[in-house]
Design a binder for this molecule. Structure first.
Ligand SMILES: C[S@@+](CC[C@H](N)C(=O)[O-])C[C@H]1O[C@@H](n2cnc3c(N)ncnc32)[C@H](O)[C@@H]1O
Length: 289
């Protein structure tokens, strides 16, 4: 496992994922009853964007300027985007940044923790030992947060169904392994058997359209509950950039979140465009009944 999220933190894909995650948490909190948030691939929980330009041996072009960097000084953010950017700002300030550019970026566990109510819990999994150790240090036994250095797919099984009978799961793998899509499909299937009403968000990169279409077909073949996918591309299909965009499959979406996320993605598509031909869209894979 070579992947380090450090180099990608705050990039255009993180912006879509994290802005959508904030919307999903807010929607889960429309009900007073608490829920369990499961992050199967948590990362280290926080990132220093100033370090993102240094690889192990090589200088790298940081990715955040084309992501969170594009939103940082805008004064015309729609409410849903502003909600996410304000969470990042609050974290950045709290960590001591006083510069006009972002420095400290919260990963998905930190974002959710900041929004969690006393009745909500977090179960965080990270397989890479150094990242898991950093995650444990970051949360330092905070109340309501459980952390395990473990395979997120296997660990998720043990968490469902939770006593709260409500769960939001984020599956956000690095897609380094050949069988990543197959593992996602199996885990979703098993997760839904244990808690049919679980809301599950799956992140995926838009590198090969054909592969994503196969992934969708395999998901649909598992008899899913209502499910949609939102996608955002920052360049057109013929552009040489490898990852042209990213998407999020949302299974058992909270009521009317499709409209919110579609509006969010289309605003972000304009704000984050790097070349003509990109855009955003939402597609139901399994319709609401
Ligand atoms: C894309 S990053 C996660 C980013 C994080 N969810 C966020 O939004 O801030 C993927 C993480 O998954 C970890 N990882 C890879 N395979 C894993 C597995 N089988 N189980 C748990 N974590 C894994 C990697 O070490 C990496 O830190």
């Amino acid at each position: 496992m070579n992947y380090r999220h450090q180099y990608h933190a705050g990039n255009f894909a993180d912006v879509l994922k994290h802005a959508a995650l904030v919307r999903l948490v807010r929607a889960m909190q429309r009900k007073d009853r608490g829920f369990l948030y499961i992050d199967t691939h948590s990362g280290r929980g926080r990132y220093d964007l100033a370090a993102a330009a240094h690889g192990d041996t090589l200088e790298r072009t940081p990715e955040w300027p084309e992501g969170i960097g594009r939103l940082w000084t805008r004064s015309d953010l729609p409410e849903a985007v502003a909600d996410y950017v304000e969470q990042v700002r609050a974290f950045d300030r709290r960590e001591g940044n006083r510069e006009p550019i972002p420095r400290f970026y919260p990963g998905s566990p930190r974002l959710v923790r900041a929004l969690a109510r006393p009745q909500d819990r977090l179960s965080l999994f990270e397989k890479q030992p150094e990242e898991a150790a950093a995650l444990k240090t970051e949360f330092d036994f905070e109340r309501g947060v459980g952390i395990q250095a473990a395979d997120g797919y296997t660990a998720m099984r043990g968490q469902l169904p939770p006593p709260e009978k409500r769960a939001l799961v984020l599956i956000d793998p690095p897609f380094e392994a050949q069988d990543e899509f197959a593992r996602i499909v199996d885990s979703v299937d098993e997760g839904l058997t244990r808690l049919p009403a679980a809301t599950i968000a799956l992140w995926y990169p838009l590198t090969e359209r054909a592969r994503i279409d196969v992934f969708f077909r395999e998901l649909i073949a598992r008899n899913l509950p209502p499910t949609f996918a939102i996608e955002l591309t920052v360049v057109g299909p013929a552009h040489p950039m490898k990852m042209k965009g990213s998407g999020l499959v949302v299974i058992n979406p909270p009521w009317q979140i499709d409209r919110e996320l579609a509006a969010l993605a289309s605003w972000l598509a304009e704000a984050l465009a790097q070349a003509p031909g990109g855009g955003a869209g939402l597609r139901w894979l399994v319709n609401e009944r």
